[in-house]
Design a binder for this molecule. Structure first.
Ligand code: DQA
Length: 145
C-alpha cells in the first residue's frame, strides 16, 4: 500500500486547545482522520507524525523518502528550520506546505518561509480544510500507477 506522509511540527499536537481563535477547534486527530478519508480515494495509507523537536522531524523525513508525497505543516520551523529544510531538499516526491492561519496577515516574523521555495505549493489561512485541499492537490499531481 502506498503511503502519504502527514507531518506536523512544534505545538501542533495541541491543536483544539491552542489559540482556538487562530487555529480553530479541530484536533490533530480530527485532521489526520480527514486526510485519511481523502487519501482513501487513492488507497493511500496516511503516516501521520507530529514532533515538537526539529531533529525528530528531520529523522521522520529521512525515514519516509519512499512515501508518494507529503503534506507538511512545519509550524514556526518555517521561519528558521534549516536542518528540516535540508532534509526536505532531499525528499524526492511532491509535498505541500500547509498553515492553518494566514501567516501573512499576522506578525512580521511569520512572513517568510525558508521551506516554501522547496515545496510544490503552499496553502495558508484556510484552517483544517487546508490539509484536505493539499491532499487533493497531491492526488491530482501524482499519477496512479
Ligand atoms: C502555523 C503558523 C506558524 O507561524 C505557527 O508558528 C504555527 C502554526 C499555522 O498552521 O498557521 O505553529 O504553522
Amino acid at each position: 500500500m502506498k503511503k502519504l506522509l502527514l507531518l506536523n511540527g512544534p505545538n501542533l499536537g495541541i491543536l483544539g486547545e491552542r489559540e482556538v481563535g487562530i487555529y480553530g477547534s479541530a484536533t490533530l486527530a480530527d485532521i489526520e482522520r480527514s486526510v485519511a478519508k481523502e487519501a482513501a480515494e487513492r488507497n493511500w495509507e496516511v503516516v501521520g507524525v507530529q514532533h515538537d523537536c526539529e531533529g525528530a522531524l528531520v529523522r521522520t523525513v529521512q525515514d519516509n523518502y519512499d512515501t508518494v508525497g507529503a503534506v507538511i505543516n512545519p509550524g514556526a520551523l518555517m521561519i528558521a528550520g534549516w536542518s528540516l529544510r535540508d532534509a526536505l531538499a532531499n525528499y524526492p516526491r511532491p509535498w505541500i506546505e500547509v498553515h492553518l492561519s494566514n501567516v501573512w496577515a499576522r506578525e512580521q516574523f511569520r512572513h517568510e518561509s525558508i521551506l516554501a521555495p522547496l515545496a510544490t505549493g503552499l496553502i495558508a489561512g484556510l484552517g483544517a480544510h487546508g490539509y484536505q485541499l493539499a491532499t487533493r492537490a497531491l492526488m491530482e499531481r501524482i499519477p496512479a500507477e
